[in-house]
Design a protein around this ligand. Sequence first.
Ligand SMILES: NC(=O)c1ccc[n+]([C@@H]2O[C@H](COP(=O)([O-])OP(=O)(O)OC[C@H]3O[C@@H](n4cnc5c(N)ncnc54)[C@H](O)[C@@H]3O)[C@@H](O)[C@H]2O)c1
Ligand SMILES: O=C(O)C(=O)C[C@@H](O)[C@H](O)[C@H](O)COP(=O)(O)O
Ligand SMILES: [Zn+2]
Length: 367
Amino acid sequence: METVAIRTLDKNYFVKVGNGAMDGLAPFLKENFPALTSLLVITDETVGRLYLQELENRLEGQQLHVKVVPSGEEAKTFDVYYGCLSFALEKKLDRKSLILAFGGGAVGDLAGFVAATFMRGIPFIQIPTTILAHDSAVGGKVAINHPLGKNMIGAFHQPEAVFYDLRYLETLPQSERRSGFAEAIKHALIKDAEFYEWLLDNVTRLDAIQDSILEGLLVKGIRIKGDIVEKDEKELGVRAFLNFGHTLGHAIEGECGYGRITHGEAVLIGMLFALKLSKEILGLSFDSSGFRDWIEKLGYKSAIPEGVSADNLLQRMKQDKKSTGGKVMFVLLKETGSPVKMEISDELLLSRLNEFQRRGSVSDQRD
Ligand SMILES: NC(=O)c1ccc[n+]([C@@H]2O[C@H](COP(=O)([O-])OP(=O)(O)OC[C@H]3O[C@@H](n4cnc5c(N)ncnc54)[C@H](O)[C@@H]3O)[C@@H](O)[C@H]2O)c1
Ligand SMILES: O=C(O)C(=O)C[C@@H](O)[C@H](O)[C@H](O)COP(=O)(O)O
Ligand SMILES: [Zn+2]
């Protein structure tokens, strides 16, 4: 079991990571929230079916309400968000209530945004249940989607604590393991070349990452994310580096329809594209073939999904949160572990996107 401390201007909290992390939840509540009036668990249908009873047992004696939302990106809609607020009002939550976000990143983002806005902000705790959520549960970005853009309606609202019990990950489907691992690759690429090499050597199958390795790589990712968030909580500078691969990734998610492609898979395609731009523009020295062979073996798609238009992607990227005045900003790498944010012209983007699309599959994209 590891404990990672996160210190932001807004809040100091810890992330408990490991098998059995959840044993700390009830004592934490007792010690830190003695005047708690009620708890609202927000979870999704899948996680609820698998683990809600266990959570309820842990919280026996508490005034507990449960809101079950649809699984996946469907949870991050305005209607679901509004439904959660109505439920909280009907159940008479107050400012001494606390929300438990019990699920993957979609539930965490939704529940965190409910907590950020209910009565102008009440506390919440993240209880992540996916690999991806080693990223999403830390750092306080909470949001729902708009048809015109990913996470466009949101806030910064740090959790009181994160209890990351890795036993939950045992039931994760392969596609979700793959999605989550993409954010670990991102953390390595933006911050730690050695960690990236270690991942290349040690992670060769996503269905069989040994427990000891899994915990280590998730903790490493959390530390990388935590360090960046501590320096720049509200994304005025270096936090944008955590967006590596997301400029195109979010555009792909929007164009495909939220939930049709997982967040991690879209971000991985975005990282491939950003690596390509980094080589061309910044002379990044990087073994693309090795990278492609590796992600191919892990089962990632490496091409923009068919039928998605480069023009539409460009329009979406112009509305990205990093972009201003319609100028598209990309996170690129000077070297592995050394990101920079830079403006890329519409002309260059369109031409490289068209090229990237034409080349199709991963094995055709060797450059
Ligand atoms: N706030 C942030 O900093 C941040 C960072 C990265 C990603 N995100 C957001 O996170 C979301 C993606 O998160 P995610 O990949 O965790 O997705 P998710 O929450 O949609 O979960 C993926 C799927 O796995 C199921 N699931 C969850 N836990 C499970 C378990 N233990 N066993 C079996 N099934 C389980 C869910 O029901 C869902 O169907 C995206 O909306 C993305 O934008 C946010
Ligand atoms: O925490 C951050 O900052 C990130 O960028 C992490 C990303 O992995 C995550 O997908 C985040 O939600 C994207 O943020 P956005 O501001 O581009 O919506
Ligand atoms: Zn992400």
